[in-house]
Design a binder for this molecule. Structure first.
Ligand code: ACO
Length: 427
């Protein structure tokens, strides 16, 4: 028998079940509230509202813990590979050797794009932001792969999931090449997921890309760090879009649109721009004062859920040092600015009182720049990695018998009902 919470509104008292998950705070189930008490609840930004039940990812923001299917992010980042994490998120368990081989083969053989799809890119302006291309191109996948858009068919759901994970690097690399004015590079089946992506980005007709194990490992780890993050804005967007029965390609395009914003996935680009703007360590106090005066925010700092160090930021900081050492740029002045800024912010009462700590984006910009990517590509890489999280959450939602079309309520504060007047009678 579930615990019950009592809510009194006027003369009415309503009893509401209190649900518990594996971990996390208890959740008051208010589904019957409107029917029984004729009231709505108000929670802009969903700060106190669980929108679904999920078995995929768990975050304890106070303790700085992030688990995927129960496994700590640091263990996955150190010991697993991105494709293995994809399998884990999608299927719930780590794969056996045989299961992984089959999954790897499936993903590898779905990396190519329909030939006609390549022409689609030519319609964009050369200076189009690669995220603008991503929103359009990923949505357009539903025009090319009709045979996996029936959301009620579990086989089609799995095929579309594999297609999205497999084709996203190809699309992202094409967005990059188009932006750079270089010819597209086709995927190669003998390379790993991350090697293949880096080659499609950095190989040119005059010179093939030479694999570097440290940089490939770093890319793979960055993908793992961004693979999923429970019910964040873009994931909730994917779930909401999918709740109407929209096809998975359209839903992921909606997620990409949401991710683009500077408060979400766009923050890594903004964080690097901020470090460039600060430029030197001596300018940090002036910049921090501007943050305290609320002229701007410290990008790459703060998080809705983490009120402690983002566990992904710890791994990202280590990866950042490894990549900079490998490319011979350990003295990068921006790294110095970032480390000093972090030190100052973590000891300043303004940030301590508000529990503002570095998030995953604080060090990712410097790292991605050292890997050879321009800032415009940062959010694209995030979208590529997050696709598996989005599609796993979408699949879980479709398979949840309690799922309904998402339809929030509102507090209406507009004009009361009134009669239409013709234009000649208005003041
Ligand atoms: N710099 C300065 N102050 C901040 C910051 C920041 N980065 N973030 C929050 N604050 C302050 C707010 O001004 C507010 O102060 P107040 O109570 O005195 O008014 C307080 O901290 C709480 O801020 P909220 O906006 O209520 O916190 P919320 O949980 O809504 O915001 C968010 C979370 C959007 C991530 C915010 O911290 C932010 O804008 N950070 C910078 C952008 C960023 O790095 N985003 C990446 C998020 S991680 C990801 O998407 C992978």
């Amino acid at each position: 028998m579930a615990d019950m919470a009592k809510m009194s509104i006027g003369a009415k008292t309503v009893e509401l079940p209190v649900l518990t998950g594996t971990d996390g705070p208890p959740v008051v189930d208010i589904r019957k509230l409107y029917a029984e008490a004729d009231v709505f609840t108000y929670d802009p930004g969903f700060t106190s509202t669980a929108s679904c039940e999920s078995k995929i990812t768990f975050i304890d923001g106070d303790a700085g813990i992030l688990l995927h299917r129960g496994y700590p992010i640091a263990q996955l980042a150190e010991q697993s590979s991105f494709l293995e994490v994809c399998y884990l998120l999608l299927n719930g368990e780590l794969p056996s050797a045989k299961e992984f081989e089959e999954f790897n083969r499936n993903i590898t053989y779905h990396t190519m794009l329909h030939e006609q799809f390549d022409r689609f890119f030519q319609g964009f302006r050369r200076d189009a932001h690669p995220m603008a291309i991503m929103v359009g191109a990923v949505g357009a996948l539903s025009a090319f792969y009709h045979d996996s858009t029936n959301v009620d068919d579990p086989v089609q759901r799995m095929i579309s999931s594999h297609r999205l994970i497999a084709k996203m690097p190809t699309i992202a690399a094409r967005a990059f090449k188009y932006f750079r004015g270089q010819p597209f590079v086709h995927p190669r089946n003998d390379l790993s997921y991350s090697e293949n992506f880096l080659r499609m980005c950095f190989s040119v007709p005059a010179e093939d890309w030479v694999p570097n194990p440290v940089l490939t490992k770093a890319m793979d780890r960055i993908f793992i760090l961004h693979a999923d993050h429970e019910q964040n804005a873009s994931t909730s967007t994917v779930r909401l879009a999918g709740s109407s029965g929209a096809n998975p390609f359209a839903c992921i395009a909606a997620g990409i649109a949401c991710l683009w914003g500077p408060s979400h996935g766009g923050a890594n680009e903004e964080a690097l721009n901020m470090l460039i703007e600060i430029g030197t360590v001596d300018r940090i106090p002036e910049y921090v004062q501007g943050v305290k005066d609320r002229r701007y925010r410290l990008m790459g700092f703060g998080h809705r859920v983490y009120k402690n160090y983002d566990p992904r930021a710890t791994v990202m900081q280590k990866t950042c040092h490894e990549v900079l050492a490998e490319v011979g740029n350990s003295d990068d002045p921006l790294l110095k600015v970032a480390m000093e800024l972090e030190k100052i912010a973590l000891s300043d009462p303004y940030f301590i009182e508000r529990k503002l700590y570095p998030n995953v984006d604080f060090y990712s910009g410097i790292t991605l720049r050292a890997l050879g990517f321009p800032p415009e590509m940062f959010t694209v890489l995030f979208a590529l990695a997050r696709t598996v999280g989005w599609i796993s959450q979408w699949k879980e939602m479709i398979e949840d018998p309690s799922q309904k079309i998402g339809r929030p309520r509102q507090i209406y504060t507009g004009a009361p009902a009134r009669d239409y007047t013709t234009i000649d009678t208005r003041d």
